[in-house]
Write a protein that binds this ligand. Structure first.
Ligand code: SF4
Length: 387
């Protein structure tokens, strides 16, 4: 028997944003695949929870894509029938939504069926930036939907903003943040725009060199946004996540702590860890919703000790509390200090350390990728030393 969080992927959106590398395909609300998807996710949830012996689901996250495209009737069906799979409801149930497909009936259905938290993609209120990234809807519609979320969920919601967008400067970003703060969300995610290869935005930026802010300006924008959120009382607790009054997202914390999760749907993956051997198993569904609906099986991958240790540190150092030291010791049979002593010494200035914690400081988080390169190189060398 084990504990695992549950993630359900809804791979449909109204249209495709130019920067997006998540697996999602454009779809209308009357597309019969939405009904088929609900049924397949419910079947899979029942089967996998049973087969993996999951007897505790601490958190449920319905993400995408755009879960609000499901509409009220389907989300009620999904949540009601999921509720029959557990004796004790998850402590946190989050549903993602996007403004252009949201209506009050959907929000009310979520609230009346156990959803504790909403996550809304706002991204920007600046129309030229929104147009450049081909974001559906408009700034005005997003504000209207934020009002709706406030009415139904109070402040129990998160909203996403992106830094480094086309036509964004510091004044525009700070104005966006101020606009969002007026709604007092309990949680804000501030993402630095990532340029994923093969996305339309990358191709557009190749043709128009002035489309995106230069890398140093994009870095400065993220820092300005981070500082503005901190000054407004939102504490950074992960690279891109900020919480008011410590209202952190419990589901994502489980990823950063590398605790079991069961992810279902096209492109989703599950990771189940054996804490006694420090190894795991991962199941990944291909990025093809039609194959998923036709009953495709996931790819199965064994995670050996080194791979799992790297992933544990990759995820753990994103988190402001750092990797869980007791869990690390239990899982890998050695303390963190003994696993990466040279990296910890070299990065001492940017680490916050105590007997119970090794974590990157806020400035250290800005250099997370470089830190991880050192950590992985050290782990690889250790492995070679022991061969
Ligand atoms: S709404 Fe989100 S998932 Fe859908 S295309 Fe845009 S960024 Fe991707």
């Amino acid at each position: 028997m084990c504990s695992a969080s549950l993630y359900l992927h809804i791979p449909f959106c109204v249209s495709k944003c130019a920067y997006c590398d998540f697996y999602s395909v454009p779809c209308r609300r009357d597309d019969p695949r939405l009904d088929a998807l609900v049924e397949r996710l419910l079947d899979d949830a029942g089967r996998w929870i049973h087969d993996l012996g999951v007897n505790h689901i601490p958190t449920l996250y319905i993400g995408g894509g755009t879960p609000s495209l499901l509409g009220a009737a389907r989300i009620v069906r999904l949540l009601t029938r999921l509720g029959r799979l557990w004796q004790e409801a998850p402590e946190e149930i989050t549903v993602e939504l996007n403004p252009e497909s949201l209506d009050e009936a959907f929000l009310t259905a979520c609230r009346n069926n156990g959803v504790t938290r909403i996550s809304m993609g706002a991204q920007s209120f600046h129309e030229p930036s929104r147009a450049a990234i081909r974001r559906a809807g408009s700034a005005a519609l997003t504000l209207e939907r934020l009002d709706m979320v406030r009415r139904v969920f109070g402040t129990a919601f998160s909203a996403d903003l992106i830094t480094g967008l086309p036509f964004q400067d510091k004044a525009i970003l700070l104005k966006d943040i101020k606009t969002l703060l007026a709604y007092q969300p309990a949680h804000i995610s501030l993402y630095a725009l990532t340029l994923e290869p093969d996305t339309p935005l990358v191709r557009m930026a190749r043709q128009d060199k002035r489309l995106l802010p230069a890398p140093e300006i994009a870095d400065a924008l993220y820092i300005a946004g981070r500082d503005a959120l901190e000054q407004a009382g939102y504490s950074q607790y992960e690279v891109s996540n900020f919480a008011l009054n410590n209202k952190r997202g419990a589901h994502n914390i489980r990823y950063w702590r590398m605790e079991n999760w069961l992810g279902l749907g096209s492109s989703a993956s599950s990771t189940i860890i054996d804490d006694d051997s420090g190894t795991g198993i991962r199941y990944t569904w291909e990025r093809d919703v039609d194959a998923y609906l036709a009953g495709s099986a996931p790819l199965v991958e064994r995670l050996d000790r080194l791979t799992l240790m790297k992933e544990t540190l990759l995820m753990g150092f994103r988190y402001i509390d750092g990797p869980d030291l007791a869990l690390f010791q239990k899982r890998f049979g050695q303390p963190l200090e003994a696993s990466i002593p040279r990296s910890l010494a070299a990065w001492q200035r940017l680490l916050v350390s105590s007997p119970s914690r090794y974590a990157l400081s806020k400035d250290g988080l800005l250099l997370l990728d470089r830190f991880l390169l050192d950590v992985f190189a050290e782990l690889d060398t250790n492995t070679l030393d022991t061969i």
